[in-house]
Design a binder for this molecule. Structure first.
Ligand code: BGC
Length: 395
């Protein structure tokens, strides 16, 4: 039985301790040889990720936990390339869409697969904002607006990578003052850790400091299909979002500034609901987004630790993903702009709505909406957020 979020919230803190909160990750050495072989054959060839770009060398880094769960991360954009977790029959399933070479990440039309998005995740209206009385003009790369950090956001830069141990990778990137129009040198760090006990968790820790007042909103843009990347529609996945409210948008997907109730709308995912159940409803917001492409206002955390923001169940694999975060919002994007034009790993295709993103974040266009939680970062302050994607199986 799937519990409601009210009862769920009470157990989140305890779950965090019991699952992936405090575990010894061990190594994958004791995993059966067939699991190890299945994982190895599903991973892209690391050679295809060695390239030279902007005076730096790109690479592919493999993280493993004691259960044999595996993540492949490239330093090009600090991206999740592959994420292998067990399905209901124990088969290792790659739930993250990605390409099999760094060249495709650079040249294919879809540029956000698995990427760390920054300096500002999602849109800033007309690419303008004011900070401490000064107006800043950003690159506009999405109609009249600025999207995901501009023409060359954080996902298109080579990060410096440091493998800390079998399950942890640290990546750093210095975004220069005025890059894409943003003020201040922003030193940013993202740490991926693949934890494992009775569940498998990909923990992402984001940190940043600046030398001038700026705005920051870092997120990860992994496209998930819990039945396996490239395995068809996500419209039968069951989604639950811990949000009574969302931020409606205008026709260019900029929030109107209002915070509205999800009750009685296709945005009510407070109970587990098939993603596609109401996708064709005659709803203006769905028309503007050409489907789901909206920020949900997460209900306040009732416990300590991270807030359980959303859950998704893969209808065929039984893979159950929980998203935990200390961010106030989550962008649910249902793959509306996917059109099969990007060749995925293993010869798969990125057809329409065959993946979803759950991007933990501050709300889009916050720099222009004083009533939204602030995204300002000042010198001397430390930006620090954490998101965990936790995987288990429901039979
Ligand atoms: C945005 C979509 C955009 C997608 C790009 C999402 O975060 O909200 O509008 O098309 O990213 O992959």
């Amino acid at each position: 039985m799937i519990r409601s979020f009210a009862s769920f919230a009470c157990v989140v803190a305890a779950c965090m301790l019991a699952s992936c909160g405090n575990s010894n990750n061990g190594t994958a050495a004791d995993k059966p040889a067939d699991t190890a072989a299945a994982v190895a054959s599903a991973l892209p060839d690391a050679k295809n990720f060695t390239d030279s770009l902007d005076g730096k060398t790109t690479g592919l880094f493999i993280l493993k936990n004691r259960n044999g769960a595996t993540a492949a991360i490239t330093s090009y954009g600090a991206r999740v390339v592959s994420l292998l977790v067990p399905g209901k029959n124990g088969e290792m399933t790659d739930v993250a869409l990605g390409y099999d070479s760094v060249g495709k990440y650079i040249h294919q039309p879809e540029t956000y697969f698995g990427a760390i998005v920054g300096r500002y995740g999602n849109r800033i209206g007309k690419g303008k904002f004011k900070l401490e009385g000064k107006e800043y003009k950003l690159a506009t790369n999405n109609g009249p607006n600025h999207l995901h950090g501009g023409l060359k956001g954080f996902g298109a830069h080579v990060w410096d990578a440091k493998k800390v141990n079998d399950s942890t990778l640290e990546l750093t990137y210095l975004s220069q003052d005025q890059e894409e129009g943003y003020p201040g040198n922003l030193q940013s760090k993202v740490t991926y850790t693949l934890l494992g006990d009775s569940t498998n968790c990909l923990k992402i820790e984001y940190e940043a400091t600046t030398d001038k007042a700026t705005v920051v909103n870092l997120t990860n843009h992994t496209y998930f299909n819990l039945n396996g990347q490239g395995s068809g529609t996500i419209n039968n996945h069951l989604l639950q979002v811990n949000a009574d409210k969302y931020t409606p948008v205008d026709s260019t997907l900029i929030p109107t500034g209002k915070i509205e109730s999800v009750a009685g709308t296709p945005f009510d995912f407070r109970q587990p609901t098939a993603i596609g159940a109401r996708i064709d409803s005659p709803n203006q917001q769905l028309k503007f987004g050409t489907g789901y492409d909206h920020n949900f206002v997460l209900n306040p955390n009732k416990g300590s630790g991270l807030n359980l923001a959303a859950t998704v169940l893969g209808d065929q694999s039984g893979i159950f993903m929980e998203v935990l975060t200390n961010q106030p919002g989550i962008q649910f994007y249902g793959g509306n702009f996917m059109n099969g034009s990007n060749p995925l790993k293993g010869g798969k295709k990125d057809d329409h709505r065959t993946a979803f993103c759950l991007e933990t974040q501050h709300f889009p266009d916050s720099p222009n909406e004083p009533s939204f939680p602030s995204t300002e970062l000042k010198p001397g302050q430390q930006y620090k957020t954490t998101t965990v994607y936790r995987f288990s199986v429901k039979k």
